[in-house]
Design a binder for this molecule. Structure first.
Ligand code: PGA
Length: 249
């Protein structure tokens, strides 16, 4: 799975041009699940353009209530109505800039999952935590708290993105080996919670400065099923090149 996280970039016109350029470039490629997570305002315009393509749509956030007096928030039903099935939850930028807590993340995840969406849960440690040998502890706490109360019969209904915070937008990606080690750890923890079958079916993505030059290093790792990509997903040619390196054709 190659998922592009556009963050707060691209208005409707630019988003449509991106898609018109991307689609012919990836037309012949099979074997890669492609997902674009644009800003809310662009979801529905892109849904119409992507309807017959192999590109899926995801949102970057969701609120945990169904409807009501929550100024500025977007519900799972609204996202589904706009045409998206996936939703990023707990991205480190939301945790750090908007003060989102593990409890918030948990409520969002349960809400999205109950509504029939596929959450892409982001977890990852800071540089200080890694240096202090706390990375696994931090990641397992984030995982346990985010998944609290989630019953997962089918692992296909959940995606986990391991994104070390120090690697996001810095050009300083984790090594394939370190990303593999943490992905294995995450999968083992999922196995303890949900059983080996469900854990195997969960997609574990790596995120943090992924680009054409390093995607293959991550995809070679046994427990890494794809990537969540910020910067490099904003350019249709680099996204298409990444998809080509991952898929067939
Ligand atoms: P980046 O962002 O690829 O620009 O490092 C990844 C992310 O934040 O999901």
């Amino acid at each position: 799975m190659i998922a592009g996280n556009w963050k707060m970039n691209k208005e409707i016109g630019a988003a449509k041009s991106f898609v018109m350029e991307l689609l012919p470039l990836i037309e012949e490629i099979t074997g890669a699940e492609i997902l674009i997570c644009p800003p809310f305002t662009v979801l529905h315009p892109l849904y119409e353009l992507l309807a017959d393509s192999q590109v899926h749509l995801g949102a970057q956030d969701v609120f945990w209530e169904k409807n009501g007096a929550y100024t500025g928030e977007i519900s799972a039903a609204m996202l589904i109505d706009a045409g998206c099935r996936y939703v990023i939850i707990g991205h480190s930028e939301r945790r750090q800039v908007m003060g989102e807590t593990d409890l918030n993340v948990n409520k969002k995840l349960i809400t999205a999952s109950t509504a029939g969406m596929i959450p892409i849960l982001c977890i990852g440690e800071t540089l200080e935590e890694r240096k202090a040998q706390q990375a696994e502890k931090v990641v397992s706490q984030q995982l346990d708290q985010a998944l609290y109360g989630l019953s997962l019969e089918e692992g296909e209904k959940l995606v986990i993105a391991y994104e070390p915070i120090w690697a996001i937008g810095t050009g300083m990606n984790a090594s394939g080996q370190d990303a593999q080690q943490m992905s294995r750890f995450i999968r083992q923890r999922l196995g303890q919670k949900y059983g080996p079958g469900a854990a195997q079916a969960v997609k574990v993505l790596y995120g943090g400065s992924v680009k054409e030059e390093n995607i293959e290093e991550f995809m070679q790792q046994e427990d890494i099923d794809g990537a969540l990509i910020g910067g490099a997903s904003l350019n249709p040619v680099s996204l298409a090149n990444i998809v080509r390196l991952v898929g067939n054709g």
